[in-house]
Write a protein that binds this ligand. Structure first.
Ligand code: SAH
Length: 455
């Protein structure tokens, strides 16, 4: 039987896809993907796109609500592209993430029956993000607006207070929008490539209360900036005001340089015993409460006794490196973003740590080069790559260096599984897999793994 667009159907949702969408089948085996539904729902849906074997549906009405459901706490949950799982109870989200990691290890990694620990969740899974990048646009009346992108689009839905972000974001955004209006500062328009203000990046030091505001602009200069500074410095805790030119037409939010308007070009935060300086262009984990749990696991898995040489690849501002340096003889960090390495060096100093050293460059170039020319050595290697995972040439060098343990921290369990398959075909065994929920209500999951060298 074939199905048509706009047809109404009743389906039982029996599974959920990697992007959090519910999956159900009609009696004759036609598969439907339905956003905003949860395994167990019986739903009336309308087909919005019909292919031969499968289609996409919109949830019209719940006939029977799944036991896994909960009421979304945000009124924008369905429209927003940020949260995909708010309609699922937090307990079920954690189970779903554990299963997601396990499935990827089986399907992509080729592991037979991998043991995956229950995901470490948050006690209060709201307002956890220390960073927000609000797109700035213009409404129909010509007023500047800030908000979030509607799912899969770049149209901005005005909203100044995302429930995952810090409460103070709203006050800062109001000040920025007011300044734009009062001074006739234009918002960027993605379609025409005209207009000035593109994004407002806001960060808060969770333990210090220091605020950073960085405006990403389509130009080199920010007019009337002293008036912006005047407004923002009236906000308690303001520590860093900068702008970042980005005149490219692509989707990358940040440009590559920062101009200081007021304060320091960074803020500080602490994780555990360590104090960190963070610049606008540096990566810093977005969920400080869970980051401490994540890094503690990484440290536990590294099992350092004080005599080890450790390499921390993709080290960012040296967050994991310095955590490890508390227990190791020597830690080397490698990171591609020069400003992040500046932060890392400064952070080692800030904490009086002399046993950490940092290199700028691609991990897949720096480590193989140092291994060939200087036979660098490692007892333990930690990797924490971006979503695309590790380059194969890096994995090759790691295998040749043959550290006793490898700790793999991953934000994408698909590329994690791919890379673990290579390491485990070359002398390593997978001992521990621990998901940590850094991103409640989204489909993303962080995982720490311990691999040991087979003797
Ligand atoms: N371990 C750090 C950062 C992890 S995020 C922390 O927990 O804070 C991944 C980092 O890898 C980012 O800082 C990114 O800039 C960096 N990166 C991306 N590609 C890289 C590459 N090819 N070589 C080295 N670093 C890279």
């Amino acid at each position: 039987m074939s199905y048509q667009k706009n047809e109404l159907l009743t389906v039982r949702i029996t599974d959920m896809g990697l992007n959090g969408e519910g999956i159900g089948k009609t009696d004759d085996g036609y598969t439907l993907f339905v956003k905003d539904t949860v395994t167990g729902d019986l739903a009336e849906i309308k087909i919005i796109k019909a292919k031969k074997q499968y289609g996409y549906g919109r949830l019209m009405r719940l006939i029977e609500a799944s036991e896994k459901r909960t009421e979304p706490f945000c009124e924008n949950a369905r429209a927003c592209g940020g949260c995909q799982l708010q309609q699922m109870s937090y307990k079920e989200q954690l189970l779903w993430k554990q299963e997601k990691v396990r499935n990827n290890l089986i399907r992509i990694g080729g592991f037979e029956n991998p043991e995956v620990q229950p995901a470490i969740g948050m006690e209060e899974p709201v307002r956890y993000r220390n960073k927000a990048q609000f797109p700035i646009g213009t409404d129909k009346e010509g007023n500047p607006v800030a908000g979030f992108y509607a799912g899969r689009t770049h149209s901005i839905i005005p909203c100044l207070d995302c429930q995952l972000g810090a409460k103070g974001n709203e006050v800062i955004l109001k000040a920025v929008l007011e300044w734009m209006k009062e001074n006739g500062i234009s918002a960027y328009n993605e379609t025409t490539g005209k207009g000035l203000v593109r994004h407002c990046l806001i960060r808060i030091g969770h333990s210090t209360g220091e605020w950073m505001v960085c405006l990403v602009i389509n130009g080199k200069k920010l007019p009337e900036s002293e008036k912006l500074v005047e407004k923002l410095t009236a906000i308690s805790g303001m520590a860093s005001i900068t702008f970042c030119p980005n005149t490219r037409r692509d989707n990358v939010i940040m440009g590559d340089s920062i101009t200081l308007l007021w304060g320091e070009p960074w803020i500080t935060d602490t994780i555990g015993e360590i104090r960190y300086q963070i610049s606008p262009l540096s990566f810093y984990q977005v969920n400080p409460v869970q980051t401490e749990k994540l890094y503690s696991k990484a440290l536990e898995y590294a099992d350092l006794q004080g005599e080890e040489t450790v390499w921390d690849l993709y080290c960012g501002i040296g967050t994991i490196s310095l955590f490890l340096a508390q227990k190791a003889k020597k830690v080397y960090g490698v990171e591609i973003v020069p400003q992040a390495i500046e932060d890392a060096k400064q952070n080692a100093k800030l904490n009086g740590m002399e046993n950490a050293e940092f290199y700028v460059g691609k991990a897949e170039e720096v480590l193989p080069h140092l291994y060939e020319t200087q036979q660098v050595y490692a007892d333990v290697i930690v990797v924490d790559p971006p979503r695309k995972g590790c380059d194969e040439s890096l994995l090759d060098t790691m295998i040749q260096m043959a550290p006793k343990r490898i700790v793999y921290v991953s934000c994408d369990s698909a590329t994690l599984a791919r890379d673990l398959k290579i390491l485990c075909s070359n002398g390593y065994t997978l001992d521990k897999v621990q998901p940590v929920d850094q991103f409640p209500h989204t489909v993303h999951v962080e995982t720490v793994c311990l691999l040991s060298k087979l003797s």
